[in-house]
Design a protein. Sequence first.
Length: 275
Amino acid sequence: MKIRIRKNHELRLKAFDLMNELKSNNLTQKEVIDKIYAEFGVPRGTLYSWYANRDYPYGRRGREVTKNPELFYVLGALLGDGCIYYWKKLNRHIINIAGEKEFTEKYADKLSKCTRNRVKNYINRNNNVWFVNIGNLQLYFLFQQIRGDLKVLRNLLAKGDYYKNSLQLIEGFFDAEGCIKIIKEKVRKTPKICPDICCTNYEILELIRKLLQEHLNIEARYSIQKADGIKNKKVAYHLRIYKKEFVRKFFENISTIKLKNEKIAYVENWLNNGL
């Protein structure tokens, strides 16, 4: 007995989800629609509307993502601390990020401006970690595609306001993976300040380095933290900003949560007085 697709909502959702996955695999529109039609029997007119984002099955409406500068903060944060997973039981695609309260609050606020839905952060009291979960299909597959090929992100950055998009990406990634190092040495009256990003993915760090150079004329340098024979531990790359003029420009343009109250005085002293 043939299943009537209109009465089988679960199949419609699976068809819609597979379509979005196939769209991220560089297939043509015809190839995607032919495959979904052959597998699920959804009317072609409906498939074309789904493909063009003119319509969505119930349960997937209101999921489109606005490509504004805040989206690039979200993507930067996800590239640092984010993960995605498929919850098979509920047929949901989940994007998750976890961290300190201030970070997750800022991420949730930026995400709200991309999805036009209010997003909140929550605390896991078992381990005292704050997190944000959202089931947004378009963001899920966009992030999945970017993780597989950073060219997708580079192309997306150039659409719209390239400058603002790039700074938001840097800010999101720094909030996730960066820190403000205070270097105390006997030869210095005032401790030196060094913004530092640590990551095991060299390709992402290199993109951040190039964007800093291109948009802010900031030169950042690498150092390598070797695994030292520890099993399954990856090499960590540090991207650091050393020169005072570059550090000043960084803080003038990047509003990071990593500049805590207890560090502000150190930063001001070094930028204005330190030797």
